[in-house]
Design a protein around this ligand. Structure first.
Ligand code: PMV
Length: 352
């Protein structure tokens, strides 16, 4: 749908903050237009977020070149601007008005630079929420705002589709999950025991270095990975069992699946061609310490990993002081410069 000519010359401003998320069942492997090879499930985080503001002006006609300025944390950033331009042009079929707008975008993250923490989920979801909001202002209400925002976010970064809902989000067609889709994520917070809404995620930074393999390259490696098909089907089975454990607050099963999912993601990278080892020696040392601590104390703390060396320490709020002790006495010395990002399960994005 095109912009009504009465809107020409109008200016507006939209701001959204949107969080990152941490997958419990991992998405790794994709096809077509950023569609997942298996279903995934994630906790929505609270503190690690992107805040994006979109100033816009409606031009009299569509432009050949996208009109876009972008600054990140106060500085012009050409590399990010190019990435965003590419994304905007790729969604022209969804927002045909995109070439008729002059964009002035600013964005910042609440988590520090160079911590090895990927920001594509928070950044792409914040941006997509702004675009959906502009669409509503220029064209009219969307049937389901967050579903559309999840769909658009997915095209920017697959995992970003899961950042737009409170507590928990599920993405990817799954025979046992009603309403599940490869096209967008669905909210999943109502399906689980309340205990999981109190979960903490303390991110222990083992290395602040950039990832040695981008997630785009990582997903592509799955296309020639000899174990890929069995991985996709085990991910879907793990999701079924994980959801059951989260309904029943069965923490032993939850921990078992979450840790195996993290290690399986890394195992896929180890047996890809070329192969990658994304853990560092301190990652492994922390894993062993977390497991021993759990065995000795029965505190239900577990770890998960992204496609990098940093440990995400997951535990219910009631165990905060015991886990603090574990961090202070055993784990903090294994981080780079005592770096730790404290996060929790959160309420999802907010218009500001
Ligand atoms: O959204 P992408 O393409 O950056 O993929 C992210 C994949 C993992 O973070 C490793 C797992 C996941 O499901 O978030």
């Amino acid at each position: 749908m095109d912009i009504n000519s009465s809107n020409v010359g109008n200016r507006g401003k939209i701001s959204f903050e949107s969080p990152s998320n941490i997958a419990l069942v991992k998405y790794w492997g994709k096809y077509g237009r950023q569609l997942p090879k298996n279903a995934s499930l994630s906790f929505t985080l609270q503190n690690a977020k992107s805040i994006t503001t979109c100033n816009y002006e409606v031009l009299s006609e569509k432009q050949n070149d996208l009109q876009l300025d972008f600054s990140f944390e106060g500085n012009q950033n050409i590399a990010f601007a190019n990435k965003i331009s590419k994304f905007f042009l790729s969604i022209e079929d969804i927002f045909p008005w995109i070439r008729q707008i002059k964009f002035d975008l600013t964005s910042e993250n609440t988590f520090p630079h160079s911590t090895g923490i990927a920001s594509s989920a928070s950044a792409m979801s914040a941006l997509s929420l702004c675009l959906c909001s502009i669409h509503e202002q220029l064209i009219g209400p969307l049937d389901n705002f967050f579903k559309k925002a999840s769909f658009v976010s997915r095209l920017g970064s697959g995992s970003a589709s899961r950042s737009v809902y409170p507590y928990l989000a599920q993405w990817g067609e799954h025979p046992k999950i009603e309403g599940s889709s490869n096209q967008f994520a669905i909210p999943f917070g109502d399906e689980i025991d309340e205990l999981f809404k109190t979960y903490h995620d303390d991110i222990l930074i083992v290395s602040k270095n950039e990832k040695s393999v981008s997630s785009t390259a990582g997903h592509a490696l799955m296309d020639s990975n000899p174990y890929a098909e069995s991985r996709y089907s085990s991910a879907n089975d793990n999701l079924t069992a994980l959801i059951q454990s989260m309904k029943q607050a069965d923490l032993d099963t939850f921990i078992n699946i979450v840790e195996r999912e993290a290690l399986t993601l890394h195992a896929q990278m180890m047996c890809s061609d070329p192969s990658y080892i994304l853990m560092e020696p301190n990652t492994l040392e922390m894993i062993n310490l977390i497991r021993s601590f759990r065995q000795e104390t029965n505190v239900p703390v577990c770890f998960t990993l992204d496609a990098g060396p940093n440990i995400h320490l997951l535990y219910p709020h009631e165990y905060e002081s015991q886990v603090e002790e574990l961090i202070n006495t055993q784990l903090i010395g294994l981080t780079q410069d005592n770096s730790i990002i404290r996060d929790r399960v959160g309420l999802g994005p907010k218009k500001i």
